[in-house]
Design a protein around this ligand. Structure first.
Ligand code: ZN
Length: 873
């Protein structure tokens, strides 16, 4: 069944109030839902009320407290249809359902794992709890009463403010919560069980004190401190930067260990994958800390962008997600190093979103059609959606953008709105027509911009010709030219920036060039000498750029650009030709000096921040190379070629790396701040290169033994396992690591991942063997992702081994997982999205594996949707 954006219409009935009572029981939870509705003015007076369900059974239905006659309604597992309802008077329906939280392996709706009841309702999980108009444009205040056995569930939580609680006869107790802010059902949450807590408070800008609580498993309280700190910084930042104040008396976060995604912004009660809450130096890497900070912020920021203002329908998902990712990116940039954060964002966008946009699953930031909404929580909606928001800020300038956001908050508070409503706010404050710009929401595919420049020494003009091409994507063949804001600067041979007296042929203001036509030539006047152009600085637009620049010009930018993102880009552009060539030449590849020298110069440049240098030294990955090659890819050749180049860079830079390894040691106690993390990153990158130069595990072994934090320990372990997989040192380290952390699931995930990513065909056997390990829990999404997911997504030579066994393995596992947890299975399957760019033998193996999945007769709609699009596109 296909849902179309064009078919949107409001509900016939308006929901006024929701009153829920849960009698919790592991296998038989009774849910009584009292809903007050009235017919919408102008709606058909004979229209029935149709409520959504999903695997539900109706156990009782009252109309204004009186049992309804069987001929007045029809209940199926998927819907409840009620007829003969009043023309305009409000009425009350009381709906009773009985659900089984322990049997709920989909982890959508109300489920119970590890003794904890929790919920996940976005996008359509609420309908697994009770019959309801389960769509984001139905907003109401909720009262929630929870009754449960007291001994096993001392904690009873839901959204909003706590009303009160008391004993409730034989060993039970109850709690009542009221959320005054009208919300859609996807923001509902309930948590019950026995958990530990850390508490703090935050005083808002208007002086209200908010109680902050983070609930974790008993004994893990000390590991929630960083999350609490990140939360307080997020609350402050949203006040300072966006003027947004928190709006309830209490804000709670619960960490759960069985969770399908990262986290969920339920009003006043965020539920998190514990991976994004728990951290201490012994068990969390710097990347873990950065993720926790970003995700805590993200979910908190949703309180305004998502909760106070929500989506009219699920096609508008990027309205809240793209905007909120943009906000969390800005937050992290302010907390850390802006250019380094930008480099990381762009790396992520290119490695995750570009392949999506260039493959069979490509879709617009705002799709117009879906079969399964769960499959649209994608990097296109999130990350490209964030880039589109960033471009609005770039086009309008910081101040006008802020005015637009203020207007958005003021105009739409309490509403469920669309992308058009959002964009209109920026048009209204700027007077700029954003119709063409809005194509970014509508047209899928990564635009390709081709640039070429020519300098006229006599006229002192520089002409830059630009052309844009938006590739065809599934369902979209004809594309219109887009409005592409390109941050652009010109540099002289001595590295100084050149300022044109004027620019003709294109709008150019504040160093932003507006590319709006299919082809356009901008002429820069009064340019005294041949300029070196830097285009798409800070990655101002999410495009691919084809611009033939000489190695000398790129090296000049790598040395002199004031925008450090652009320096990194120049270094990457210098490295790419060598890596692409190496992917064809394999072992015999050789590194071009024109790329090695600037790279080592940057590495050794102490005026650059260590984190930046680490980013520069992290060469494009094997999948980056595969993406750039674009077709007929042989993962083994790409791997061999890249290894050969790594070795040559390592040999050429041995002295630099030795020195960095020595000098970047951070003294004193571990702190997770960005500066120390940057030093660790640079030092560990140096260690990686040294492992190539020295071709021996001893230095990594020594690092493993000396490590006093998880970042260093993991890096050493990774070098041992990946570079020297058959060594005794690797085997010992893996064993030591496992024994030391066997009781810490999140660290064991790292142990699985590091083994799942060992390059080469043999790794499949190891993965299969690890699945038999008692530490591997099939029903836990984090375990599955850490082993099978990491193998499928980030081990091209393993999953893509030439005999096709990797893909066959994946197909089997996906079918097995799909029977329990369709969302998890569908997500894993997206790892196959680039199968068509493999060389023919592997592509055929991949196609067969996909076909095997497709032919299964009991597929979930989630997996069916992905597999069919992947085969078709
Ligand atoms: Zn979000």
């Amino acid at each position: 069944q296909v849902i179309n954006l064009a078919d949107y219409r409001p509900t016939d009935f308006v929901l006024e109030r929701v009153d829920l009572t849960f009698e919790l029981d592991p296998t038989e939870t009774k849910v009584e839902s009292r809903l007050i509705f009235h017919r919408r003015e102008g709606a058909d007076t004979s229209a029935p009320l149709v409520l959504d369900g999903d695997e539900l059974a109706l156990a009782g239905l009252l109309f204004d407290q009186i049992e309804m006659a069987p001929d007045q309604y029809t209940a199926t597992p998927e819907s409840l249809t009620v007829r003969d309802l009043p023309e305009s008077d409000p009425f009350e329906l009381t709906i009773t359902t009985i659900i089984n939280p322990e049997a709920n392996t989909k982890l959508m709706g109300l489920y119970r794992t590890g003794g904890i009841y929790s919920t996940q309702c976005e996008a359509e999980g609420f309908r697994r709890i009770t019959y309801f108009p389960d769509r984001p444009d139905v907003l109401a205040p909720y009262t929630v009463n929870i009754i449960a056995e007291k001994a096993t569930n001392p904690l009873l939580l839901s959204n909003g403010n706590f009303l009160g609680g008391a004993g409730y006869g034989e060993g039970k107790h109850f709690a009542a919560w009221f959320d005054p802010h009208p919300k859609p059902s996807y923001l509902f949450a309930l948590v019950a069980g026995d958990l530990g807590v850390i508490e703090d408070t935050f005083t808002t800008m208007s002086g209200r004190e908010v109680a902050l609580k983070i609930y974790v498993e008993h004994g893990k309280e000390p590991r929630a401190g960083y999350a609490m700190d990140a939360l307080k910084r997020s609350m402050k930042w949203d006040e300072d930067v966006f003027g947004r104040e928190y709006d309830l008396d209490i804000f709670m976060i619960v960490a759960v260990s069985d969770f399908n995604m990262g986290a969920m912004e339920n009003k006043g009660l965020n539920v998190f994958n514990d991976k994004y809450v728990l951290a201490d130096p012994e068990t969390a890497t710097d990347a873990d800390y950065a993720n926790i900070e970003a995700i805590i912020a993200h979910e908190y920021f949703h309180n305004w962008t998502g909760n106070r203002i929500t989506c009219r329908d699920w096609f508008q998902l990027c309205l809240k997600e793209g905007l909120t990712v943009y906000r969390d990116h800005e937050f992290s940039s302010d907390q850390r190093s802006r250019p380094v954060k930008r480099i990381a964002e762009v790396r992520h966008l290119k490695s995750e979103q570009f392949p999506e946009d260039g493959g069979p699953l490509a879709h617009p930031v705002r799709p117009t059609q879906y079969r399964e909404i769960n499959n649209f929580y994608t990097t296109t909606v999130y990350e490209k959606g964030s880039e589109v928001t960033r471009m609005i800020a770039t086009l309008l300038g910081k101040e006008t953008f802020k005015k637009g956001m203020d207007l958005y908050f003021e105009r739409h508070d309490g509403q469920a709105v669309t992308i058009e409503d959002f964009v209109k706010c920026f048009e209204d404050v700027s007077g700029r027509d954003l119709a063409q710009f809005s194509l970014w929401y509508q047209q899928a595919g990564t635009p390709l911009v081709t640039a070429s420049g020519s300098y006229d020494a006599t006229a002192k003009t520089f002409a830059l010709s630009l052309e844009q091409m938006i590739p065809a994507t599934p369902g979209q063949t004809d594309k219109k030219p887009m409005h592409i804001p390109l941050s652009l600067a010109l540099f002289a041979e001595d590295g100084a920036q050149l300022q044109p007296s004027s620019v003709t042929g294109a709008e150019y203001a504040g160093e932003i060039l507006h590319l709006t036509d299919r082809a356009q030539t901008a002429v820069f006047h009064c340019i005294a000498s041949r300029p070196v152009v830097s285009i798409n600085r800070s990655f101002s637009a999410p495009i691919k750029l084809h611009f033939d620049q000489t190695a000398a010009d790129l090296a000049l930018l790598a040395r002199n650009e004031t925008d450090h993102f652009a320096r990194w880009q120049a270094l990457t552009d210098l490295a790419l030709p060598t890596l692409l060539k190496a992917a064809r030449d394999g072992h015999s590849a050789s590194a071009d000096r024109t790329f090695v020298e600037p790279l080592l110069a940057a590495a050794a440049d102490d005026s650059l921040e260590p984190a930046f240098r680490a980013q520069a030294l992290a060469l494009p990955s094997e999948s980056d190379i595969a993406r750039e090659l674009g077709g007929n890819n042989d993962p083994d050749a790409i791997h061999a070629g890249r290894q050969a180049i790594m070795k040559q860079v390592a040999d050429a830079g041995r002295d630099v790396f030795l020195k960095l390894h020595e000098t970047m040691l951070t003294a004193g106690d571990f702190t997770p701040d960005a500066k120390s993390a940057g030093r660790r990153a640079l030092r560990n990158t140096a260690l990686v290169y040294l492992s190539y130069a020295e071709a021996s595990p001893s230095r990594a072994k020594a690092a493993f033994d000396a490590a006093n934090n998880m970042t260093d320990l993991m890096q050493a372990l990774t070098i041992l396992a990946h570079r020297f997989p058959d060594s005794a040192e690797a085997a010992d380290a893996l064993e030591t690591f496992r024994d030391r952390f066997a009781d810490n699931a999140l660290v064991i995930d790292k142990w699985f991942s590091v083994q799942a990513t060992i390059p080469g065909a043999k790794t499949l056997d190891r993965v299969v063997e690890l699945m038999e390990n008692p530490l591997f829990i099939r029903t836990n999404p984090n375990r599955v992702r850490s082993l099978i997911g990491t193998f499928a997504f980030t081990n091209p030579t393993g999953i893509g081994r030439a005999d096709g066994e990797g893909y066959r393995f994946l197909a089997r596992e996906i079918l097995d997982i799909d029977a329990r947890n369709p969302q998890l299975a569908a997500r894993l399957l997206t790892s196959m999205r680039s199968w068509r760019s493999l060389e023919p033998v592997r592509a055929e193996h991949a196609r067969k594996a996909l076909t095997e999945i497709q032919q299964s007769d009991k597929l979930s709609t989630d997996v069916r949707d992905i597999v069919e699009r992947t085969l078709q596109g």
